[in-house]
Design a protein around this ligand. Structure first.
Ligand SMILES: Cc1cc2nc3c(=O)[nH]c(=O)nc-3n(C[C@H](O)[C@H](O)[C@H](O)COP(=O)(O)OP(=O)(O)OC[C@H]3O[C@@H](n4cnc5c(N)ncnc54)[C@H](O)[C@@H]3O)c2cc1C
Ligand code: FES
Length: 252
């Protein structure tokens, strides 16, 4: 885990209201795995750092993707190239890619695209053919940067791709990875109990100390999303006890 003072190197729009911010953070960029996240803080920012999945990495820079949902995300999106962000990471337990996996499907709803470019990279490196199924409410909210051997779209209003959810539009595969609103991930768990899902929780420290990120488990008890998660085997989570409204849900 590294704590870096990372200059912003760029910003671009990838869907309506959805932006990617790039930062120079070599130690994190060269070690991050798909599904891991960074905890971001900045001067004049909120007291608590804000967690974001690492979207892309080129070994020197990392990117995060976000929408303005509150004061912290609004401030981040108002920052200029050259301003500095305090970046703690990589944090958490990412996706696992077994050698010999022949087919992988990545399922993302709205901002659930966040861990998927790295997941596509790592699944391809593990030798899998990658299908990415991306869903949103409507066509202009679909992220324009999906990649893979096959790309499928789903929209609630049918304005692009299949009408309905990304889960319904998804084919079966040996490896299923998903990120999106918790209610979408609960549907993934019903269809593919062995899927790996990146869940949403509230977070405090991001490093396992404050217990602010509790995830209820099927076997009873809780895990810390920031240490044991945020990626879980879908069947291991007690979906009924996990809030279904959290932030990735804002857009999907
Ligand atoms: C492991 C992890 C990875 C994440 N990755 C991304 C990402 O890649 N892109 C992205 O846009 N967001 C991501 N989030 C959610 C992001 O951290 C929150 O949207 C952000 O903290 C909101 O900060 P804010 O100050 O703008 O909002 P606030 O003013 O704090 O809150 C605004 C609204 O967002 C809700 N909210 C606040 N914090 C969270 C939270 N941690 N989770 C869910 N809802 C929250 C509040 O209930 C409120 O409705 C991730 C969260 C976790 C736990
Ligand atoms: S956020 Fe503090 S223990 Fe997980």
């Amino acid at each position: 885990m590294f704590l870096l003072d990372a200059p912003i190197t760029g910003r671009r729009q990838v869907a309506r209201g959805m932006f990617v911010i790039g930062m120079q953070a070599p130690e994190i960029a060269s070690t991050v795995r798909a599904g891991q996240f960074v905890n971001l803080g900045w001067s004049a920012g909120p007291l608590l750092r804000r967690p974001f999945s690492v979207y892309r990495s080129d070994g020197v820079h990392i990117e995060v993707v976000l929408k303005a949902v509150g004061e912290g995300t609004r401030q981040l999106l108002a920052m200029d190239v050259g301003e500095h962000i305090s970046c703690l990471g990589p944090l958490g337990h990412g996706f696992e890619f077994g050698a010999g996996t022949r087919t992988a499907v990545l399922i993302s709803g709205g901002l659930g695209v966040a861990p998927m470019p790295l997941a596509a990279r790592d699944a391809r490196q593990a030798g899998a053919r990658v299908t990415w199924v991306h869903g949103a409410r409507t066509a202009v909210e679909l992220c324009s940067e999906t990649e893979g051997d096959e790309i499928l779209w789903a929209t609630d209003d049918g304005s692009e791709g299949a009408r309905g959810t990304a889960v319904a539009a998804s084919p079966d595969a040996e490896l299923v990875l998903a990120c999106g609103p918790n209610r979408m991930l609960a549907a993934v768990a019903e269809r593919w109990p062995e899927a790996q899902v990146a869940v949403e929780t509230y977070m405090g420290c991001g490093t396992g100390v404050c217990l602010g990120c509790a995830v209820p488990l099927q076997r009873g008890g809780y895990d810390r999303a920031c240490r044991e998660g945020p990626v879980y085997r879908a069947a291991d989570i007690d979906w009924g006890a996990l809030p279904s409204h959290l932030a990735y849900a804002v857009t999907a």
